[in-house]
Design a protein around this ligand. Structure first.
Ligand SMILES: Cc1ncc(COP(=O)(O)O)c(C=O)c1O
Length: 403
């Protein structure tokens, strides 16, 4: 508590909240103000396919509905309902993950990420996290009073992790390396050789490798996603997945975690994770009924989603690279692009002005982390072609003032 000069007592929040920010939703607050004034904002900001013209596969909706009608509305086992658990064991096999020690379902991959970092990292220890990267990781680290050690993704090399930079940042307090593959916000898909180099680092320094593979089915140009944990059997891996993106149900909050590696290496950590898994009771019971039909039912939405995203990615890249002052690496997965910009104002001001002047909503690059001296913003490639065309026309006009 603290008392102001007017004698009003306010409740002081914990210090750990001071630097927590989530740029994607923070900037949406600005857009909401415009919407309330009746202005139509073109949203290129949020990684939710349902906000655009993508629809949840019907058989998944029916499975959840049936499950609710069958009164599966009580608490579920902490790990998972039996069917979902069995399907996830098969999913780990499909991903060729050896030495699977345990798995659990969670409230989105988000909860799995938080539980596993919480079970691993002490205050003052550090974890290597990608810059740019998904801001949930940094928010969780702040909650844990742990240190974020950014390593840079190399824009000149298709946004692949810079493994030399990674190694230079490891010290005696480093506990883990996080990979996001395909990456949010760059859309990069990591090469097998790069993954092997990162695994060698984890092996040498006895670090846990977190691999966030939530976009693993959304890969373009005939490329194949390689699960990090499939490439070694002597390192501790934590692999995250979920229904949100691949199966078009981010609002259902259904994700999972695979913990793998040699028993003697991971047993204590695995048990520590499961203490938290049990303490938070369980993930949503009826939503787990979607896991079997999603992973093992008809997959026909996927070619259609990938085709649409490929077309929209191609258009996005063509338009961005044609605008003086912007350049963008071609994404190979997920539904984001992260153009670099050469403008004389800070990226957040750029984004707010683009919103106010042209009503186009993107997210500033500093919300994801970027190399000092560079500026970016993130767009999503989810909108239909007409929306993209109109947004890039407006962006082009907006950029003219800086030339
Ligand atoms: C890389 C990454 N990991 C995790 C998440 C969160 O996933 P979930 O909806 O399963 O919590 C997101 C959401 O945008 C993401 O981009």
């Amino acid at each position: 508590m603290s008392t102001s000069s007017q004698g009003i007592t306010t409740i002081t929040p914990a210090r750990r909240t001071e630097y927590v920010a989530y740029a994607i939703r923070d900037i949406a607050v600005e857009a909401e103000k415009l919407r309330k004034e009746g202005i139509r904002v073109l949203p290129l900001n949020i990684g939710d396919p349902l906000k655009y013209d993508f629809k949840t596969p019907r058989h998944m909706i029916e499975a959840v509905y049936r499950s609710m009608m069958e009164q599966n509305n009580g608490y579920a086992p902490s790990i998972a309902m039996d069917d979902a658990e069995a399907a996830l064991h098969r999913e780990a096999k499909r991903k060729r993950i050896p030495n699977l020690r345990s798995l659990f379902v969670s409230i989105g991959a988000s909860e799995g990420i938080e539980l596993c970092l919480t079970a691993l990292v002490n205050p003052g220890e550090n974890v290597l996290m990608p810059y740019p990267g998904y801001p949930l990781y940094t928010a969780v680290m702040q909650k844990l009073e742990a240190e974020i050690r950014p390593y840079y993704l190399d824009e000149e090399n298709g946004w692949q992790p810079d493994v030399a930079d990674m190694e230079a940042r490891i010290d005696a307090h480093t506990r883990a390396i996080c990979l996001i593959n395909p990456n949010n916000p760059t859309g990069a898909l990591y090469r097998k050789e790069v993954l092997l180099d990162v695994i060698a680092l984890a092996r040498r320094h006895r670090l846990v490798l977190f691999s966030d593979e939530i976009y693993d089915r959304l890969v373009f140009d005939g490329l194949e996603h390689v699960s990090t944990a499939s490439l070694a059997d002597d390192v501790a891996f934590v692999t995250f997945g979920g229904l949100s993106k691949n199966y078009l149900v981010p609002g259902w909050r259904m994700g999972w975690t695979f913990i793998s590696g040699p028993a003697e290496l991971v047993a204590d950590f695995d048990e520590a994770v499961h203490k938290f898994v049990r303490a938070r009771l369980c993930a949503s019971a009826p939503m787990q009924a979607a896991i079997v039909p999603a992973l093992e039912g008809p997959q026909d939405h996927l070619p259609d989603v990938v085709a649409r995203l490929t077309q929209r990615r191609d258009y996005t890249i063509e338009r961005l690279n044609a605008i003086p002052g912007l350049s963008c690496v071609k994404p190979e997965g997920a539904f984001y692009a992260f153009p670099k910009m050469d403008v004389p104002i800070p990226d957040k001001e750029f984004v707010v002005r683009l919103l106010r002047e042209q009503h186009v909503l993107v997210v500033h690059g500093s919300g994801f982390g970027q190399k000092p001296g560079t500026q970016h913003f993130r767009v999503v490639t989810l909108p239909d072609m007409a929306t993209l065309e109109s947004a890039y026309d407006k962006l082009e006009v907006f950029m003219r003032q800086f030339r």
